[in-house]
Design a binder for this molecule. Structure first.
Ligand SMILES: [Zn+2]
Length: 363
């Protein structure tokens, strides 16, 4: 979706606005990096994926990928849907309670009430990108309804990358400087100056937060926020990735935006089999640039392969839904239909927990 964000004069305006925050409180930034942590940059100073190059995919849905399902009731074909079947909750007693806030946003609560907020975007894209998209008649979402608990008493906010559907300054303004902020390498400079306590963590490096260990892990994606034609772009100048949470011997993995690559196996090598996996299944479709879209976004069947690589005991899919922007999708719930179809077809024993936005589950 890089082209959607390449909005030159608006981006320039944002840079200027960022530079004008002379009355704000400085942030504190701690860089956390283990021996295996620092990630090499290319000669032009841009980051790269851990496993670049052409990909082959073990499984691909090639026919009848979006069948109707009895327990997925839609207002139109694959759009405006509600999943009504009871999930079979596996008895893993991980202690994680997971609230899906729509698109990529999750609130994960630990047994000691530590509250971790992932990729919070509660409304449209940051201003003025939201205006421009509204004027163009595209790239707006049905705004989800968030409970007060999603923004109050938050222990830590964790970001996967800087794309507008994952990183939103308006939400940072609402959350304030009470939570810690966890970001990937060279991202801290993008947060507004408001006395924020920022932990900039390298891949495979850890931070102890109470009883929980927070680890930054790779993703196979890209990064971009600002672009001025012929003059400037920040493509891949900040790193991207997922997060691995360990608490009381149990693990939860938030993948961030990612395509399928060998990095999933690397994560399992480091941390063992994962109890709870929050994996993206959307944004892989494009009529013209299908190869690129799948390169940086897992299809539903790629997510199932990734879950197998990770040894997930349960998978919660995200990216689809009524409150999604539906970038790179046929419709709001086409990715979920494809996931349900491929889950049956590949005959995996992996438990899926399917949620509607605003629902929570304790695993
Ligand atoms: Zn992205």
């Amino acid at each position: 979706m890089m082209s959607a964000f390449r909005l030159s004069f608006v981006s320039l305006l944002i840079v200027l606005v960022n530079g004008c925050s002379i009355f704000s409180h400085s942030n504190s930034v701690e860089r956390i990096s283990s021996e295996s942590g620092p990630v090499a940059r290319a000669s032009d100073g841009r980051y790269q994926n851990m496993f670049p190059g052409e990909k082959t995919y073990p499984v691909t849905c090639d026919e009848n990928c979006y069948p109707a399902f009895e327990h997925l009731e839609c207002s139109q074909h694959s759009d405006g849907c509600r999943f009504s079947a009871n999930n079979e909750i596996p008895e893993i007693e991980s202690g994680f309670t997971i609230l899906w806030l729509g698109h990529a946003s999750f609130l994960v609560t630990l047994p000691d009430d530590t509250k971790l907020l992932f990729d919070p975007v509660s409304d449209q894209f940051d201003w003025p990108i939201d205006w421009l998209h509204a004027l163009n008649g595209g790239m707006t979402r049905r705004v989800p309804s968030w409970p007060d608990s999603a923004t109050s008493g938050i222990s830590a906010v964790l970001y996967s990358h800087l794309h507008y559907d994952h990183f939103n300054k308006a939400d940072i303004a609402k959350l304030g400087n009470e939570p810690l902020y966890f970001v990937h390498q060279d991202t801290a400079g993008y947060l507004p100056q408001d006395g924020l306590d920022i932990k900039e963590v390298s891949w495979f490096s850890d931070y102890q937060l109470g009883s929980a260990t927070i680890s930054a892990v790779p993703a196979h994606h890209f990064n971009s926020r600002y672009w001025v034609p012929f003059l400037y772009n920040d493509d891949e100048k900040a790193l991207w990735g997922g997060w691995l949470i360990e608490n009381d011997g149990h693990t939860l993995f938030f993948a961030g935006d990612t395509g399928y690559s060998a990095h999933f196996k690397k994560i399992r090598e480091h941390y063992g089999s994962i109890d709870v996996c929050l994996l993206p299944i959307a944004s892989y479709y494009h009529p013209k640039y299908a190869t690129w879209y799948r390169y940086v976004h897992t299809t539903p069947e790629d997510a199932l392969t990734a879950a197998d690589d990770l040894g997930c005991k349960v998978m919660i899919p995200w990216g689809y839904g009524n409150a999604s922007w539906q970038m790179g999708d046929h419709s709001s719930h086409s990715p979920l239909k494809r996931l349900l179809k491929m889950h049956q077809k590949v005959n995996t024993s992996l438990p899926l927990v399917i949620m509607n936005e605003g629902e929570s589950v304790s695993l």
